[in-house]
Design a protein around this ligand. Structure first.
Ligand code: NAD
Ligand code: ZN
Length: 264
């Protein structure tokens, strides 16, 4: 098991690599959005009425009762609508705009990376703000943005064919979008791989970190809790994402001789 260096030596090591790495990949999960007030699936706020997300975010649940699944998504959209990106999103966005070799890959569907102005986010699980035709008719196959909160009709219907619309989200048991997965896999060949706020148990998070390690990357985990991925990490920063990213941005700014991103 690789030793995990405690901060601040660990932070220094990451700053050093951040300053010199050409290819950097940042993989984010629900934890990056926790400080914005977005509930993660695990924990007490992860329960909606008497249902667990695992029982609602599936093609089977949608076929059985599209209105129920849509009530849950409409509730999540209403919960998300007033929320804003936090310091963690802001720092990642800042880096993405300064460093052409940095790729942001997210499992999140909340749109907060995009709202923070992150360049070219690779979305592995789609977006809660996009819909598509559940029958995949010609005009409804490609997802489109619908930010109305609440939606006027549940379930919403496809204007082209009258079938129900579905959230353009990857549900449990569904394949990841091929283009996004290809880009994420290619991005795992990097000098620095940071897994932030993801439990790293599920595919593809675990696989990408392992691939990065094979490619010789320094693998960094940022998560206040230990995860199954902690063992794989060269450096595990046991801190909230917003705190760790703020500290890393300050260190990097110092190394680059520039002022840090204002805020916090
Ligand atoms: P997950 O498996 O990615 O786990 C969340 C992780 O975040 C946990 O390991 C937790 O320790 C960590 N965490 C909590 N607070 C943190 C903080 N301040 N900084 C850093 N890490 C922190 O996510 P999940 O909630 O179990 O959800 C499973 C799936 O559903 C994933 O695909 C996830 O992206 C998706 N989901 C997305 C959102 C969103 O879009 N914001 C919210 C919930 C779930
Ligand atoms: Zn249709």
């Amino acid at each position: 098991m690789p030793p995990t260096t405690p901060p601040p030596a660990a932070l220094d090591r990451v700053v050093e690599t951040l300053a010199t790495a050409r290819a950097i990949t940042v993989l984010t999960g629900a934890g990056i959005s926790a400080a914005s007030g977005v509930p993660t699936f695990r924990g007490p706020s992860g329960l909606w009425e008497r249902y667990r997300p695992e029982d609602l975010a599936t093609p089977e649940a949608f076929t059985r009762d599209p209105a129920l699944v849509w009530r849950w998504y409409d509730w999540r959209r209403r919960t998300l609508a007033p929320l804003a990106p936090n310091r963690g999103h802001a720092v990642i966005a800042h880096w993405s705009n300064r460093r052409p070799g940095l790729t942001v890959v997210t499992q999140n569907v909340d749109g907060l990376h995009e709202m923070a102005n992150t360049r070219d986010v690779v979305r592995l699980h789609g977006s809660i703000w996009e819909v598509r035709c559940a029958a995949s008719c010609d005009r409804g196959r490609e997802p489109w943005r619908d930010m109305r909160v609440p939606l006027p009709e549940l379930p919403p219907r496809c204007a082209a064919c009258g079938s129900v619309l579905r959230p353009a989200i990857v549900w449990f048991g569904e394949a990841l979008p091929a283009a996004a997965f290809t880009r994420a896999t290619a991005a795992a060949r990097c000098d620095l791989f940071m897994a932030i706020g993801t439990s790293a148990i599920v595919h593809p998070a675990a696989g990408l970190a392992a691939r990065a390690r094979e490619a010789g990357a320094l693998v960094v985990e940022i998560n206040p809790e230990r995860t199954a991925g902690s063992e794989l990490a060269d450096v595990a920063l046991a801190m909230p994402a917003e705190t760790a990213l703020d500290a890393l941005e300050r260190g990097l700014a110092l190394a680059e001789g520039r002022p840090p991103l204002p805020g916090q």
